[in-house]
Design a protein around this ligand. Structure first.
Ligand SMILES: [Zn+2]
Length: 217
């Protein structure tokens, strides 16, 4: 059975408010979803400020993307979320964000190497960059799915980040960790040449948090 999130709506809303408070998005950018026990998705709406968002603003869609509950339009990146859940049974939540330092890597098409221990444990290794695909397209979804293989996060070329994991709070933690690592690497490269973690350390840590995943696609 696919992973799902208990009380998905409250978990999505709490993570949305936290994402804004932590400066990982601005205004109405970015989006958060969680898979419910019946296999549907609870997702943040399009163009509603996170500060004012309530449970009533969240939208429920089926795995094909059809709205089955809620009065708002689902996030414009719905196709990205649907593609991630369709490809990976082991994820319960997806967060798409635009944090500044990670997006600097996305704009330069530079992967974020695994340079701190914590990173490998929660992300599974180097964060890859997708090929460019336009926002909101199914192509962006399939690019993200490929870049997320065995990873907790991927960079979306010229756009931002997508992170996946068991629950919204854990995926927000991955998002913040990738952003912090991008910030550290940006500074470290001004000081000198960052040393990546040894390959065997990455391989050992990558299995700890369960990111060695089954890829269905
Ligand atoms: Zn975006």
């Amino acid at each position: 059975m696919a992973a799902f999130v208990e009380d998905a709506a409250n978990a999505v809303l709490a993570a949305a408010k936290d994402m804004l408070a932590r400066g990982l998005v601005e205004g109405t950018a970015g989006n958060i979803s969680a898979r419910t026990e019946d296999g549907n998705l609870c997702i943040t709406p399009s163009s509603i400020d996170y500060a004012a968002m309530t449970l009533e603003d969240l939208v429920t869609v089926d795995p094909a993307g059809k709205v089955i509950a809620g009065t708002r339009s689902p996030s414009s990146e719905l196709a990205l979320h649907l593609a991630c859940y369709a490809a990976y049974d082991d994820i319960g939540s997806v967060i798409h964000s635009h944090p500044v330092h990670a997006t600097m890597f996305a704009v330069t098409h530079e992967p974020i190497p695994s340079c701190i221990d914590e990173f490998s444990i929660f992300v599974g290794g180097e964060v890859r960059v997708t090929e460019y695909a336009a926002s909101g397209t199914p192509e962006l979804g399939s690019q993200a799915v490929a870049a997320l293989k065995d990873r907790g996060a991927a960079l979306i070329a010229n756009h931002g980040m997508v992170a996946v994991g068991p629950t919204p709070d854990k995926v927000l933690h991955i998002t913040a960790l990738v952003e912090r690592s991008a910030h550290i690497l940006w500074g470290a490269r001004l000081i000198g040449a960052p040393h990546p973690l040894p390959d065997d350390v990455n391989a050992n840590f990558a299995g700890v948090y369960g990111f060695m995943r089954t890829y269905k696609g």
